[in-house]
Design a protein around this ligand. Structure first.
Ligand code: ZN
Length: 440
C-alpha cells in the first residue's frame, strides 16, 4: 500500500498570509507579496548526476518552486521559518522524466475494447488520473507522443494552473501519418502533411510526432516498411523546423530511418529493427533514440495478459523483441543519444516495479552504467527537450523537482525501485516516511 500525503498546505498558507497582510495594513500602504515558502531537505545524500562523489549530509533549500541552495550542512544556513523535511538515509536525484508516454493509451484487446465508446469527458478524466499516478511514481516530467483528441492540451493547461495534479507535460498532440499509417491524424501529399503539422502547432504542440513505419499494434503494414515519399517527409520536417519545433518519428525501419535523417529528423521512437549503419548515422548527426524497450521484453507479459491482448498482437511482440534488444545493445555501444521512454504508463507494473524503472534497468542490462541509465531519465531528456536551464539537475535556479530513493542508484539502478519521496516545483506530493496525521 503506497502512502502519500498531498501537499495542499502551501496553497492554504499563502491564502492566510495574503489575508492577514491585508488586514494589518492601512489601505494606502503598498501590498507586499507574501514571502515564498521555504522548504529545507536535510540529512540526505545528493547524487552527482554528472558523475563524481555524492554530496553527503546535504541541505537542499527550496524557495517557492525552485532550488535556491545546495550544500553540505555546515555551509548552508537553514532559515528559521523554513519547513524542514528529513531525508536521513535517502539519496536525492532529479525528478525522473519519461519521454514516450500516451496518457490516453488504448491498445488492442479486451481493455481497449471497453474504451471504444469513451467520450472526451471520460477520456480527459482517465488521462488526469494517469497523470497523477505518473507523478506519484516519481516521473515529474513527461513527453506525450500521441494523443488523439486534443485532450492533452487541456490537461497540460490544467496541470500548469494547478487544477490537476500531474507531471510537467510536453506534448506532440496527434500522430501525423499518411493514410493507413500508425497514427490517427491522417494526411497525404507534402502540403496535406504540412497543413496537419501546422494544425498541431496551432493547437499547442511542443513536438511533432510522425510515424514513418508500421507498429506492433497495427493489424496491417510491415514494421520495416517506409511508406512516406521523400517529398512528404522533407516538407513536413521543414515546416516543423521553420516553426522552431522538433520532429520525432515512430520508426522500426532502417530504410525509413536513412530517408528521414536525410531531411533532418530529430529523433526516433522504438527503433525496433534499426541496423548498425542507421545507428552510426544517428550518432554522427546527434539524432535521439527513445527505446521503449520494456514493450517488447518479457517483463511486459503481465501487462499484455491484464489488458487481454489477442494472439496476433503477442506474436508481433515476440517477433520484434529479439531485434529490438540487439538494436539497443548496439546503440549503447555506439554511443547514440538515448532518452528514456516506455510507451507504457510510467507507473505501469512491469517486472515487479514500474515501467519507468524497468526501462532503466534494461538499459543497464543492455550495456549502460547505472549512472548513464539515470542520466537517460534526467539530464539526457532535458537536453533532448531543450529545457536544461530549468530541469534535469539538482542545482540552484532549477525547478525543485526532486525524488528520493533508499540507496545509491549510481551503484545499482534498481535503487529506483525504492522511490518514496516526490517533490515537483517545491511541493511535496509523496513522502512515505512522513505520517499521514500528526503523531503527537
Ligand atoms: Zn507510443
Amino acid at each position: 500500500m503506497i502512502r502519500f500525503r498531498l501537499a495542499l498546505a502551501p496553497l492554504a498558507a499563502c491564502l492566510v498570509l495574503t489575508c492577514s497582510a491585508a488586514w494589518a495594513q492601512a489601505p494606502q500602504a503598498a501590498m507586499q507579496a507574501p514571502a515564498a515558502a521555504v522548504v529545507a531537505l536535510v540529512d540526505g545524500t545528493v547524487v552527482a548526476i554528472d558523475g563524481g562523489p555524492a554530496l553527503q549530509n546535504a541541505v537542499v533549500l527550496v524557495e517557492g518552486d525552485r532550488i535556491s541552495k545546495i550544500g553540505a550542512a555546515n555551509t548552508v544556513t537553514v532559515p528559521p521559518h523554513a519547513k524542514v523535511i528529513s531525508m536521513k538515509g535517502k539519496w536525492l536525484i532529479p525528478g525522473l522524466m519519461n519521454m514516450h508516454v500516451h496518457l490516453g493509451l488504448r491498445l488492442p484487446g479486451a481493455a481497449g475494447a471497453e474504451l471504444i465508446n469513451e467520450s472526451d469527458r471520460e477520456q480527459v478524466l482517465r488521462m488526469a488520473s494517469n497523470a497523477r499516478l505518473s507523478l506519484l511514481s516519481g516521473t515529474t516530467t513527461l513527453r506525450l507522443v500521441g494523443e488523439d483528441r486534443g485532450n492533452d492540451f487541456v490537461l497540460r493547461a490544467a496541470i500548469e494552473k494547478g487544477e490537476v495534479i500531474g507531471p510537467r507535460l510536453k506534448t506532440a498532440g496527434g500522430v501525423i501519418v499518411p493514410t493507413g499509417g500508425h497514427g490517427d491524424t491522417e494526411a497525404d501529399g507534402p502540403y496535406g502533411l504540412a497543413k496537419a503539422t501546422r494544425e498541431q502547432i496551432k493547437l499547442g504542440a511542443d513536438w511533432i510526432k510522425i510515424a514513418i513505419s508500421g507498429g506492433i499494434a497495427d493489424t496491417h503494414g510491415s514494421i520495416s516498411a517506409a511508406p512516406m515519399t521523400d517529398e512528404e517527409m522533407k516538407v513536413l520536417i521543414e515546416v516543423a523546423h521553420r516553426n522552431g519545433i522538433k520532429v520525432t518519428a515512430h520508426n522500426g525501419s532502417s530504410v525509413a530511418a536513412h530517408q528521414a535523417m536525410q531531411f533532418g529528423i530529430d529523433g526516433f521512437e522504438h527503433g525496433y529493427h534499426l541496423d548498425e549503419s542507421v545507428l552510426k548515422e544517428m550518432k554522427s548527426k546527434g539524432v535521439w533514440l527513445v527505446p521503449t524497450i520494456v514493450v517488447s521484453q518479457p517483463g511486459a507479459r503481465e501487462f499484455y495478459k491484464k489488458i487481454g491482448s489477442p494472439p496476433w498482437y503477442l506474436a508481433r511482440v515476440d517477433s520484434t523483441g529479439k531485434d529490438h534488444w540487439a538494436m539497443l545493445q548496439n546503440a549503447i555501444k555506439l554511443g547514440v543519444n538515448i532518452a528514456l521512454g516506455t510507451d507504457q504508463f510510467p507507473f505501469e507494473p512491469n517486472g515487479g516495479t514500474t515501467a519507468t524503472v524497468a526501462e532503466a534497468e534494461l538499459y543497464v542490462k543492455a550495456g549502460m552504467t547505472p549512472l548513464q541509465a539515470l542520466q537517460s531519465a534526467t539530464t539526457q531528456c532535458a537536453k533532448m527537450m531543450g529545457v536544461e536551464a530549468d530541469l534535469g539537475r539538482l542545482q540552484p535556479g532549477k525547478y525543485a523537482d526532486i525524488v528520493a530513493v533508499e540507496a545509491d542508484p549510481t551503484k545499482d539502478i534498481s535503487a529506483l525501485r525504492t522511490i518514496d519521496f516526490v517533490m515537483k516545483g517545491g511541493v511535496v506530493y509523496r513522502n512515505d516516511s512522513a505520517p499521514l496525521l500528526p503523531t503527537s
